[in-house]
Design a binder for this molecule. Structure first.
Ligand SMILES: Cc1cc2nc3c(=O)[nH]c(=O)nc-3n(C[C@H](O)[C@H](O)[C@H](O)COP(=O)(O)OP(=O)(O)OC[C@H]3O[C@@H](n4cnc5c(N)ncnc54)[C@H](O)[C@@H]3O)c2cc1C
Length: 477
């Protein structure tokens, strides 16, 4: 059976019951489960895969959060939730859902500190470069600096908290007799067997619809021909359930793209290379954009170039810097990174016309020295000029994950079209509407894990409170 079904008649035979069911074992679902359990609720996480990974494991694992003690420990003193909220809204040109931008920026710092204090997650703050649109160093990561390590640490915390994560459990049906209160969910096993689990609260943490090419073509045609580089199992079930229940769905055309995926190896090449001085040229040796605009919108710019591929060009200094990223190490091992002693060799190893490449590099040098301004509007000053020997990697644009979804209120309850909230249905992460607005350019780096952890945290607290006290209290500790 495919996912996304709603049934209005609850089966008489129930296989098991629990307080809170969480659908999806990515960052959102695992954080929600930890929070609900901490409220005293019995919690079960259901995951369709045999081994939980989600887009969370594929990610770089960087989580933006303001005013944390981890920032203060490295001397970042002047960040606040309001400053972060302003950065989020500036990136989306004010098109993000304002209530969600405020909720996320208020909640994420306390959520990371709670994960550290209660479950021993360690956070470091990356302070060697700023992503486009962030006015402060606020990107947190676990020490391994990978999404896979973040997922592993969350899974370990969930296991230590004795929360069952049931795998190969594809939730295909929600049972909602009166279309208001979710009474149970139906699971389909890989062999086609079905089970019904009743619940008192349900958290949708099953991300968006990036893995559903028909929905991507319907809602985001501009990226439909690009590669989907997120988790394949995110096929839009939360969206389908929400629509069938009359939930308000917002910003379905919004998404996180990326303009720097090594091609054909399919390995993320950190945008830090561009922020620290690298450039992108197309197969004709021409720059085509301001690389500091944002990596998300760059997906569309890159796909518009001949063949949908371009070259990241940088130098030995940046090559050494990039080696600090696990993805880059992987790209080196896969043979994606080319080296060249000078412009002639760079032209040879990339297949780009030498004259055009030399002309582009000399124009960039003029911008770097401040003698001319960049026609694309990039500010090249403040970073060392590119210098031989050079490095290059061929990249393409990709869809990482969708940003639209179910509108939620301050308690992470799913909101109906008429503005009222469902009693016991919660959502977070990619299942909920994000904070990036309706355009690819609205994605501020980190908006994905931000809403996974912040909204997952609120959803877990709310669902736990609902089942243990009969009502919902504060969203943040
Ligand atoms: C390459 C890459 C790099 C990224 N880097 C970053 C970054 O550094 N920082 C950042 O903030 N964001 C980043 N993102 C985005 C980030 O990964 C996501 O926003 C985040 O992981 C979403 O978390 P989630 O818990 O909502 O979803 P997921 O982690 O995708 O988890 C959803 C889970 O639900 C399961 N599921 C789906 N449907 C069902 C169903 N019907 N029944 C049962 N289970 C179901 C899926 O199998 C999956 O395990 C990146 C994304 C990619 C692809």
């Amino acid at each position: 059976m495919s996912g996304g079904q709603i049934s209005r008649s609850v089966p008489e035979s129930i296989d098991a019951e629990t307080d809170v069911v969480v659908i999806g074992a990515g960052a959102c679902g695992l954080v929600a489960a930890l929070r609900a359990k901490a409220s005293g609720a019995e919690v079960v996480v259901l995951e369709r895969d045999a081994s939980p990974s989600g887009s969370t494991s594929m990610s770089s694992g960087f989580v933006p959060a303001p005013a944390t003690r981890f920032q203060r420990a490295i001397g970042v003193e002047n960040d606040t939730p309001r400053r972060f909220e302003t950065d989020i809204l500036s990136k989306s040109k004010g098109k993000s859902a304002a209530s969600l931008a405020r909720l996320a920026s208020d909640t994420i710092g306390p959520a990371l500190e709670w994960l550290a204090d209660t479950h021993g997650l360690e956070w470091i703050v990356l302070d060697d470069f700023l992503y486009p649109g962030h006015s402060r160093h606020r990107m947190h990561a676990v020490p391994e600096k990978t999404g896979a390590a973040l997922e592993a640490r969350l899974l370990a915390a969930v296991e230590a908290a004795e929360i069952p994560v049931i795998t190969e459990a594809h939730v295909t049906t929600l049972y909602a007799e009166d279309l208001d209160r979710i009474a149970a969910i139906g699971i389909t096993r890989p062999d086609g067997a079905t089970e019904v689990l009743s619940c008192r609260a349900l958290v949708l943490a099953c991300n968006g619809f990036g893995g559903n090419s028909a929905l991507v073509r319907q809602h985001i045609p501009e990226i439909a021909d690009g590669l989907y580089y997120g988790h394949q199992g995110n096929t839009g079930d939360a969206l389908a359930w929400g629509e069938a229940l009359g939930a308000r769905v917002e910003h379905v055309s919004g998404y996180q793209g990326h303009g720097s995926l090594a091609h054909p190896q399919g390995i993320l090449i950190s945008w830090a290379l561009m922020m620290e001085g690298g450039i992108q040229v197309n197969s004709e040796g021409l720059r085509f954009s301001n690389e500091h605009g944002g990596y998300s919108e760059q997906a569309v710019n890159v796909l518009a170039q001949p063949g949908g591929v371009v070259w990241n060009i940088y130098d030995a200094r940046l090559h050494v810097f990039a080696k600090g990223f696990p993805d880059y190490q992987e790209a080196m091992a896969a043979g994606a990174i080319r080296e060249a002693a000078d412009v002639s060799e760079l032209a040879r190893v990339t297949g780009v016309p030498e004259a055009a490449l030399a002309q582009t590099l000399s124009e960039v040098a003029l911008c770097e020295s401040g003698r001319t301004t960049d026609p694309f509007g990039r500010d090249f000053t403040g970073k060392p000029a590119l210098a031989a020997p050079f490095h290059a990697v061929k990249v393409t644009g990709a869809l990482f994950h969708t940003q639209g979804g179910l509108m939620i209120d301050d308690q992470a309850r799913v909101v109906r079209d008429d503005g009222t909230s469902f009693v016991n249905l919660f959502a977070g992460g990619g299942a909920a509407c994000g904070v990036s607005g309706p355009d690819v350019s609205g994605y501020l780096s980190g908006n994905g894990l931000l809403t996974a952890i912040a909204f997952g945290s609120i959803a877990g607290i709310s669902a736990g409170c609902l089942v243990t006290t009969g009502s919902i209290v504060n969203k943040v500790d």
